[in-house]
Ligand binder design. Sequence first.
Ligand code: NAP
Length: 453
Amino acid sequence: MTGSTTLVNPADETVIGEVPHASADDVDAAVARAETAQRGWAALAPAERAAALRRFAVVVDAHVEELAQLEVRNSGHPIGSARWEAGHVRDVLNYYAGAPERLLGAQTPVAGGIAVTFHEPIGVVGVIVPWNFPMTIASWGFAPALAAGNAVILKPADWTPLTALRLGELALEGGLPEHLFQVITGRGSVVGDRMVTHPGVGKIVFTGSTATGVRVAEGAARGLKPVTLELGGKSANIVFADADLEKAAAAAPGAVFDNAGQDCCARSRLLVERSVLDRFLELLEPAVAAFRVGDPRDEATEMGPLVSAAHRESVAAFLDDSARIAFRGTAPEGPGFWFAPTVLLPERGDRVAIDEIFGPVVSVLPFDDEADAVALANASEYGLSGSIWTRDLGRGIRVARGVRSGTLSVNSNSSVRYTTPFGGMKASGLGRELGPDAPLHFTETKNVFFAQD
Ligand code: NAP
């Protein structure tokens, strides 16, 4: 161990704990333990692995409230959202508990015998997650990786390790073999980096910023190690003049201010057809004013504080004198890393309209027609998520196919379902998580030819 991090409740700035930093040697020891555990796990019958994952899900279900309260204290998530997140971990485990018995291979017609494919586990998988959705994003990596017969080492973000640590304990309570699922806290530059370079770690799933993701990919490339990368976003919420404007405007604050905008899928660019811009802003302003920002323990709260003082500083730095603020919502005064929801009316080339702010700030940008909307949505290095609001079915189809983004919704702002693939194009990532194919991303395909003579 090499030092520690003091954890602070973002809603009131009180100290809630201290978490040790593991060293590179600690990672090496964890990998050695994981390699042994993985061999035993992969040797179990598929139905036994499935049952173990279901038992883990049952234990998570019994601790949904405890996990949610931990997330409220550590990350400042509103309790309603935190309960959903903990329940989501249970659901993801249950969903992938079906996978060990369904990792079907293929039999290919060949001359002189039969050819059969097997989906072999990779071995030890490293999962590195950010601080914005600590437990849900972790589960997108560890659940399908375990289901495919791997061991997992999970590194939570330095600021928000508490739910991950608890999930590590709950896995043991549920009966997962010791050392099969290990949670290691510490600095990304030490623990994360060692996971990327360690030859015993066969795959890295990384979620975080694009800059760190590129470093992770470079490190993994040196070891010829596959990576899944879920990175940043600057997603577009496109509202056409023919849309149900009332519905689109009522939903727009949640689409970007949920989790205080600390959401890779945040629709932080609101593209509105010029002919209805004034009407849309008239509808948006009261919806933003009504967005309830406050104590995350309160069931009625829709948005809590930002995660840390440092992050609030980084968000606030975007609102310099040049920022054209249209209107803002409210936020509590006093202790806590509060930041009021903010609506900007920038020019297309302004920094706020281009960079990922990762806070409760949205840029409203008018467009002229369908072609302009698609071009503007695509005028971003990112391509993670987005929404299209229109009553014209054909336009919904054309624009959804035209926007270079991995996860889109028409007349909705939803992004994540564990049953459907999730991930980004361009600088938003590489590979996909969730959906029925995720366990296959944690396997190596092996083809075996059996000669008949
Ligand atoms: P980050 O700084 O890139 O950190 C992400 C994780 O990587 C943390 O656990 C961090 O550890 C670790 N890390 C840092 N340096 C590392 C290194 N050299 N090698 C290996 N690991 C290292 O990102 P963040 O600020 O926590 O998260 C915000 C970003 O994540 C945003 O850009 C957001 O859009 C993106 N995100 C994307 C998705 C998606 O699904 N596409 C989902 C959520 C978030 P420390 O905490 O110890 O630094």
